[in-house]
Design a protein around this ligand. Structure first.
Ligand SMILES: Nc1nc2c(ncn2[C@@H]2O[C@H](COP(=O)(O)OP(=O)(O)OP(=O)(O)O)[C@@H](O)[C@H]2O)c(=O)[nH]1
Ligand SMILES: [Mg+2]
Length: 241
């Protein structure tokens, strides 16, 4: 059955000048059978990512420059609020999230409300074993403490129907860094959304260095997890394992 809804791909960027053009071209090719747009949401990158995207002048690409309230989650929210499609895809802009999964994700939405990529299902994984183990332990901790059935709450690579995500209050979800993803999944499960988890191998960053140090991010995620645990166990008491 063909998917005839418009797809909006949201790409948050911070210093991705070396990746963004190749990624846009690749996404356009993967989604060639679908009506789609690509929104690049740039936090005023010092390396000129925004200008590079503007210079492309592709009709299906929209570049958004954000000059305040910087941050990954805020950028994704901005992308969602400016998207015109009925299906949203959120992914990193450095090839960590592999574009070859996109058409499978879109087709999955014929049967599910949303699909989230997971590094911890059979068939998925990461190249860096230490990061993989730490991320896995952290995800087990979240699942044990918050509840629910999600194996990878932090990967941040997903496709979702507009009507599903728009039922949620974005203020509760979109703050911080990649930790927005565990809050998003928490509220989706609370709403009884049909969620597909699909295995995904983390791709290699193509160009540039990335913006975060693993341990700094880990600490930030830990604080965010404690807040979510408080919410789930004390305030809401609603998700069962
Ligand atoms: N708009 C915006 N995008 C961001 C921000 N921080 C990170 N990003 C983007 O979010 C995605 C993930 O960030 P990365 O720096 O790749 O984080 P990572 O994947 O944990 O790190 P690497 O392993 O080095 O790739 C990339 O597409 C970044 O360009 C931000 O503050 N604002
Ligand atoms: Mg990355």
């Amino acid at each position: 059955m063909p998917v005839n809804k418009k797809i909006s791909v949201i790409l948050p960027t911070l210093n991705e000048r070396l990746n963004i053009v190749a990624l846009i071209n690749r996404i356009h090719s993967e989604l060639r059978d679908y009506n789609h747009e690509i929104l690049v949401v740039d936090d005023d990158s010092p390396d000129g990512t925004y200008q590079v995207v503007l210079d492309l002048n592709y009709v299906y690409v929209k570049a958004i420059l954000r000059t305040k309230n910087h941050g990954l989650a805020n950028s994704i929210r901005c992308g969602l609020e400016n998207a015109k499609g009925q299906i949203f895809i959120v992914m990193d802009s450095d090839f960590n999230h592999k574009p070859e999964y996109l058409s499978f994700m879109v087709q999955s939405l014929l049967h599910y409300d949303c699909v989230f990529a997971s590094r911890f299902l059979y068939g998925g994984g990461m190249n860096n074993l230490l990061h993989q183990i730490l991320s896995w332990v952290f995800n087990v901790f979240i699942r044990f403490m918050v509840g629910g059935k999600i194996l990878d709450s932090l990967y941040g690579f997903f496709a979702i129907k507009r009507e599903t995500i728009e039922q949620l209050n974005y203020d509760n979800i979109f703050w911080g860094y990649g930790d927005f993803c565990m809050r998003l999944l928490y509220y989706l499960q609370k709403n009884r959304a049909d969620i597909l988890q699909m295995p995904a191998v983390n791709g290699k960053r193509r160009g540039g260095k990335g913006n975060r140090r693993f341990l700094g991010v880990f600490f930030q995620y830990f604080v965010a997890a404690l807040k979510l645990i408080y919410k789930a166990r004390i305030k809401d008491k609603c998700i069962k394992k």
